[in-house]
Write a protein of this length. Structure first.
Length: 380
């Protein structure tokens, strides 16, 4: 199967949106007992809610995952996931047990556990859909994607009404972009109405918020009493549809013919980035708190005004560099030699063999078939 560079770019945008969104909306404050508590800037600054519509990109991630799964003959690699997941959870268990013995407040421990563990819910529906890709692909080939999307939307609507369990909405909601990704991979863009998805998604968002009183934020806001993400609601489905429609409209512009190092790196490291990005955030906050005696602006101060946002944005490059350094070290110590190669900045990929490279479901290896590798060396 051919490799689609626009999906590479989309996956890079999706993982960057997930990480950036978490780092921007995760506020921490110190309570009267000296414990960390979570706070959201969207509580005191609702004017920034539209930013959540841009940074909540899980729908795009599942769309790219469905596309890649339909193009790949490989099943999800559980061992590939189990090892880094066990390292993350085991490492934090050791740290928290030791810190608790040294007097870590219970509130801080609970907050850290929530920050580190809560994003991992994503892995269950992602893996479930990965294993279900075979029958889903056959169903899309036989009856078209919308024959599967319609009942999934109904399940989400019933969950919003409290008539079916929340776990059913988790699977149903994220199966919708996954199925649309399969449809694009199998049947091309003509099967998906780009303008219809964009306009329909935006219209549904307006109706849900204005007429049906859904929360306007794409992510949960403390105190709202209802979240569009936990479990995913019709709002999350509509947002995913609008984002996918927009991508399809600009897809040709996303076909990168020069392999960009950042896009390639984000694709290869998508899984470890997702697993540890909140761990990096917690570690940076803890280190800053240990160094500075006063609450660190943008990290341990209340997210109540635009100055907090400016301070938090100023921390983002440091968080990103810390995350990149940690992943780079882990690659050097754990990756098989010769399987993952650095991105080639500026190298043209116009030959026919470039488009024959397989796309993996979660992370993309930048490996070449032996024949292509020899040809590339001859050209150099």
């Amino acid at each position: 199967m051919t490799r689609d560079r626009s999906i590479d770019a989309l996956r890079a945008v999706a993982i960057a949106g997930v990480v950036g969104g978490h780092w921007l909306v995760t506020g921490l404050v110190v309570d009267g007992e000296g414990a960390w508590r979570q706070a959201s800037p969207l509580t005191s600054m609702p004017g920034f809610v539209p930013v959540s519509w841009i940074l909540q990109t899980l729908g795009l991630f599942f769309f790219a995952g469905g596309f890649a799964a339909a193009r790949s003959a490989r099943r999800p690699a559980l061992r590939k996931l189990a090892v880094p997941l066990a390292v993350v959870l085991g490492g934090w268990t050791l740290v928290l047990v030791t810190a608790t013995a040294l007097g870590l407040p219970d509130g801080t421990r609970s907050t850290i556990i929530k920050l580190v563990v809560s994003p991992l819910w994503f892995l269950l529906p992602y893996l479930a859909l990965g294993f279900a890709t075979g029958p889903l692909t056959r169903a899309v080939d036989r009856a078209g994607p919308f024959s599967l999307v319609a009942p999934a939307v109904l399940v989400v609507a019933l969950s919003d009404a409290g008539l079916v369990p929340a776990w059913a909405a988790v699977v149903a909601a994220w199966s919708i972009p996954w199925i649309l990704g399969i449809a694009l991979a199998r049947r091309g863009r003509t099967v998906l109405p780009a303008a219809g998805l964009l306009i329909g998604g935006l219209t549904a968002l307006a109706v849900l918020v204005v007429a049906l009183d859904y929360p306007a934020s794409a992510v949960g806001v403390p105190g709202d009493g209802r979240s569009n993400l936990s479990p995913p609601s019709l709002f999350a489905v509509a947002l995913a549809a609008a984002q996918i429609g927009l991508f399809l409209l600009i897809r040709d512009a996303c076909r990168i013919r020069i392999e960009m190092p950042l896009v390639a790196s984000l694709n290869r490291a998508a899984l470890p980035i997702y697993l540890i990005h909140q761990s990096v955030f917690v570690a940076v906050v803890a280190a800053a708190a240990a160094i500075w005696p006063q609450p660190v602006p943008g990290l341990l101060t209340a997210p109540q005004d635009p100055q907090w946002i400016i301070a938090r944005v100023a921390w983002l490059p440091f968080l990103a560099l810390t995350l990149a350094a940690l992943i780079r070290v882990s690659w050097r110590t754990t990756r098989p030699q010769g399987r993952l190669k650095p991105a080639l900045s500026g190298k043209l990929l116009d030959g026919p063999n470039d488009e024959s490279r397989p796309t993996e479901v979660i992370a993309v290896r930048d490996s070449d078939p032996p024949s292509r590798g020899r040809a590339a060396r001859q050209r150099l």
